[in-house]
Design a protein around this ligand. Structure first.
Ligand code: PRP
Ligand code: URA
Length: 208
């Protein structure tokens, strides 16, 4: 199972609050955004740097800057929206593409209903974001769609992953690195992650 678990104590603490059934939508949204920002810090750790000359008030200095790699963040609607602003707080220049997918409640298969991507998606580093990786069907379908549009460098960032979803994405997209804050035990008969956090979209937007 290829997956990077981001086990920073702040992320783990906030994830526990997010999971708690007593946490309401306002706090859930705030925490999810904070965790997304902290995870973005880890996910961007390998961004290339180059050297530039600047002048400090004291002396000239050869200093590091990002080498200008173009990044795009692609939330899977709806629940991925809850992580966008956290990521953009660290990478404000990133362009945002949107992919709309929902799981058919009977078959658990993803159904695509929306896609709007930056025109230069093929030249960008892409971070697909969705808090939940359950069967993996939605993430795998989103990655497939992005590849059809020419995308080549894709990472997947989720909050809670089930082993089933990790295996599916590993098998269908071995080139895609998965980052998560937790690998949970299993899926239940309705395809929900156990223990998970419930329905992420409903908890973000207060729907049921
Ligand atoms: C949830 C979640 C993922 C998907 C994960 O979305 O946000 O996109 O389920 O499940 P999977 O790994 O089995 O595909 P959902 O279909 O509930 O739509 P929503 O975000 O609009 O609520
Ligand atoms: N989608 C969710 O929102 N939660 C789960 O546990 C599984 C899929």
């Amino acid at each position: 199972m290829q997956v990077r678990v981001i086990d920073h104590p702040l992320i783990q603490h906030k994830l526990t609050l997010i999971r708690d059934v007593k946490t309401g939508p306002k706090e859930f949204r705030e925490l999810l955004e904070e965790v997304a920002m902290l995870m973005a810090y880890e996910i961007t750790r390998d961004l290339p740097l180059e050297t530039t000359m600047i002048e400090t008030p004291v002396a000239q200095c050869a200093c590091k800057v990002l080498s200008g790699k173009k990044i795009s963040v692609v939330p899977i609607l709806r629940a991925g929206l809850g992580m966008v602003n956290g990521v953009l707080r660290l990478i404000p220049a990133a362009k945002v593409g949107h992919v709309g997918l929902y799981r058919d409640p009977e078959t658990l298969m993803p159904v695509e209903y929306y896609c709007k991507l930056p025109s230069d998606i093929a030249e960008r580093e892409i971070v697909v974001i969705d808090p939940m990786l359950a069967t993996g069907g939605s993430s795998a379908a989103c990655i497939e769609l992005l590849k059809r549009k020419g995308a080549r460098h894709i990472k997947l960032m989720c909050l809670v992953a089930a082993p089933e979803g990790i295996h599916l994405v590993n098998n269908q997209h071995p080139d895609v690195e998965i980052y998560t804050a937790a690998v949970d035990e299993k899926l239940n008969d309705h395809g929900y992650i156990v223990p998970g956090l419930g329905d992420a979209g409903d908890r973000i937007f207060g729907t049921k």
